[in-house]
Design a protein around this ligand. Structure first.
Ligand code: URA
Length: 425
């Protein structure tokens, strides 16, 4: 049967289920330039408004995987990956990949650069002198065999349909659709070829999904797609209303990750790293105690080998910013609020993130959170330290922070859980 873009758009516009043949055709035809951007924009909006059911979403994902290459990771160990939906201070991949590798799995972590207020894993690692993000598929496989962990840029051959569609959704206000987000994330993860996957779905002001219900719906859609494609998969729902750890930026987050790998570091970063590692190892069928391995400092050795394998010097001093500005407590009391979104936007304005995908980032820019919610503070005590090479950016960063970004109260805030729920496929 021959298809036309107009028929497919009309079917979804009128609330019908797309057939497998329609989905395969439209994704392939769009990737190859037969369906025009304006037609795919209309279809994306129809999907945004009318949704896709579980089997349509699974088929859409399959079609995006089939638009490009699929890696075969025959590396002699169980392969398991992790994906975070993105948060502020979310450096967890950095300690997690070498930790899980030290425990016996192979971790292929194909990552992206940051856009907007959440940082990108590659931007953080690129602050390490000499470190290289771009690897060939042969280099990825060789490093998984020798070190057990690789964090690098996704090759352009993985799910090219998603690359094109994601850029289009960005400019047509069709990003926030659960079937489109879930198929976009999962097409890249399935193409990457790991046997198991653990998702960290963030909830709260600093996350894509602001409410637990939205995050749960996304997590369920992601897990369903994984199950339908034969992956061993789980999703952890975790709090992102407060920045993770004390460091938000690039080099500052690498430094904090190294502290964690050496058996120290902030409790929330350690706890989340361990929770994700336990889930990844269980999905990979490996019995180990990641908390003990992390505390022993053994995972640091894997980190150093992983960084060296990609040309980086793990012992080199990290870049620092030329200008610092300290925000102090206006009164005695308890820090009751430290809003992840406000801190993320402030770090981004200081130069840690980019507004357009071609912009450079400043490796030394970012924020150190010297107090966290629940801490008792005294008037004039330093709360936040702003780092930047461009001091003109400081007033805009302060504006984000002083409009409700942090608050001091007379009583401590209620304690919150970092791990909110787990969904297993
Ligand atoms: N991340 C992705 O990879 N795709 C989306 O659609 C949203 C976030």
């Amino acid at each position: 049967m021959t298809h036309t873009a107009v028929d497919v758009i009309r079917a979804k516009r009128d609330g019908h289920r797309l057939t497998d043949a329609q989905i395969d055709w439209v994704v392939d035809a769009y990737t190859n330039g037969v369906v025009a951007d304006e037609q795919m924009s209309a279809l994306a909006m129809a999907i945004f408004l009318n949704g896709m059911d579980r089997s349509e979403t699974a088929r859409w994902t399959r079609a995006m995987v089939d638009s490009g290459e699929k890696l075969t990771l025959d590396v002699g160990r169980p392969t398991v990956d992790k994906h975070s939906t993105g948060g502020v201070g979310d450096k967890i991949t950095l300690p997690l990949a070498p930790l899980v590798a030290t425990c016996g799995a192979a971790v292929p972590q194909l990552s992206g650069r940051g856009l907007g207020h959440t940082g990108g894993t590659l931007d953080k690692l690129e602050s390490i002198p000499g470190w290289r993000a771009q690897l060939s598929v042969d280099e990825v496989v060789a490093q998984l065999r020798s070190v057990g962990a690789v964090i690098c840029a996704a090759t352009s051959g993985l799910a090219p349909a998603d690359k094109k569609l994601y850029a289009l959704r960005d400019v047509t206000s069709t990003v926030e659709s659960i079937p489109l987000i879930a198929s976009s994330i999962m097409s890249k993860k399935i193409a990457e070829g790991a046997e198991a996957l653990v998702l960290d779905v963030k909830v709260g002001s600093g996350a894509f999904m602001k409410s637990l219900d939205q995050a749960r719906a996304l997590a369920e859609a992601l897990v369903s797609i994984g199950v339908d494609h034969g992956l061993r998969i789980s999703a952890l729902l975790t709090d992102m209303s407060v920045p993770l750890g004390r460091a938000v930026g690039n080099a500052v987050e690498v430094a904090e990750s190294v502290e964690v790998l050496q058996g120290n570091g902030p409790t929330d970063v350690v706890d989340l790293t361990v929770a994700l590692a336990e889930e990844m190892l269980s999905r990979a069928g490996i019995s180990a105690s990641p908390r003990d391995v992390l505390a022993s400092g053994e995972a640091y050795e894997t980190w150093a080998r992983m960084i060296r394998a990609q040309g980086g010097d793990p012992d080199a001093p990290l870049p620092t910013a030329r200008h610092h500005h300290t925000v102090t407590a206006p009164a005695d009391g308890y820090l009751t609020t430290l809003d992840a979104y406000a801190v993320g936007v402030a770090a981004w304005r200081l130069g840690a993130g980019r507004a357009r995908k071609e912009d450079p980032v400043q490796p030394g820019a970012g924020i150190l959170c010297l107090a966290k919610p629940g801490d008792r503070v005294t008037k004039d005590q330093p709360l936040l330290e702003l780092h930047t090479d461009t001091p003109d950016a400081i007033p805009a960063a302060l504006e984000s922070l002083t409009n409700g970004g942090y608050e001091i109260g007379d009583t401590p805030p209620p304690t919150t859980n970092l791990l909110l729920d787990t969904i297993r496929g």
